[in-house]
Ligand binder design. Sequence first.
Ligand code: DGY
Length: 328
Amino acid sequence: MKPRIFVTRRLPGPCFKRLLEEFEAEVWPEWRHPPYDILLQKAVEFEGIVSLLTDNIDCRLLTEGARAGLRIVAQYAVGYDNIDVDCATRNGVYVTNTPNVLTEATAELTWALILATARRIVEADHYVRSGEWYRSGTGWHPELLLGMELEGRTLGIIGFGRIGRAVARIGAKGFGMKVLYYSRHRAPEEVERELNATYVPLETLLRESDVVSIHVPLTPETRHMIGERELRLMKPTAILVNTARGAVVDTEALVKALREGWIAGAGLDVFEEEPLPPDHPLTRLPNVVLAPHIGSATRKAREAMTCAVLDNLLAFKRGEVPPNLVNP
Ligand code: DGY
């Protein structure tokens, strides 16, 4: 008998076809997430759920689901702050994620934001498209849109897991940057040596870095980890980049920091509220580059994420522990 799986969105790549063959699957037909009451109903009808980070897999859903036979939630993402993992564990429900396959894609997007923010690419694009450059009549101009050169600067990485290290590698090897990092655990010495990275307290990192890039998961400990106090510690010439989770940064404090020049700019792929409303104060600030949570959005990464979900589900089907289990 094929296990019954509810899939909350159609997923890209050939592994999705295989998933539909290996399981008795129902796929939510829309791009908008299923409303909570439908998800709840599916949790009690199905043995497994393939979830996205926009699906609220809370304790009520997990408890009622597990009582009726829910056994696995296979998340299509590396982050899983939308799932109450402790509650899943108490109820005997496996939770899996898709690490590794999106590391480089997310690191590259981080660099796209670092470069775009440091070199003011969005302002520059607007300047050309809007005709302002043409109307100015100046052509090449010695003081036009000056930004920050990265070569030899200090890169501060908050969270030194797979993605944080990949970002550090590009900074160290590609731009000759000095890398500072802050993390719950210190990295092995050979990693520090290879990446020219120094472990420092968060305060030191914020005070000394020219680019601060966030790579921690969202947990109760990291929620609003970067607030007014931390932003005031940063250099007025520094930029902040967040491709992790929006709520790691206190948005209100960030808007104030950008408006009042405590920092020079920000590159943001993630927000406390997603989708970001078009009238949000962040959209009015010229020194911010915004992206709609596309860190892992390369075809290669997204198709590989589908394969990772499939691998987790196939292991479950065989009665084995899935390879990317996140339950403690
Ligand atoms: C993740 O995987 O957690 C990203 O935010 C989406 O790919």
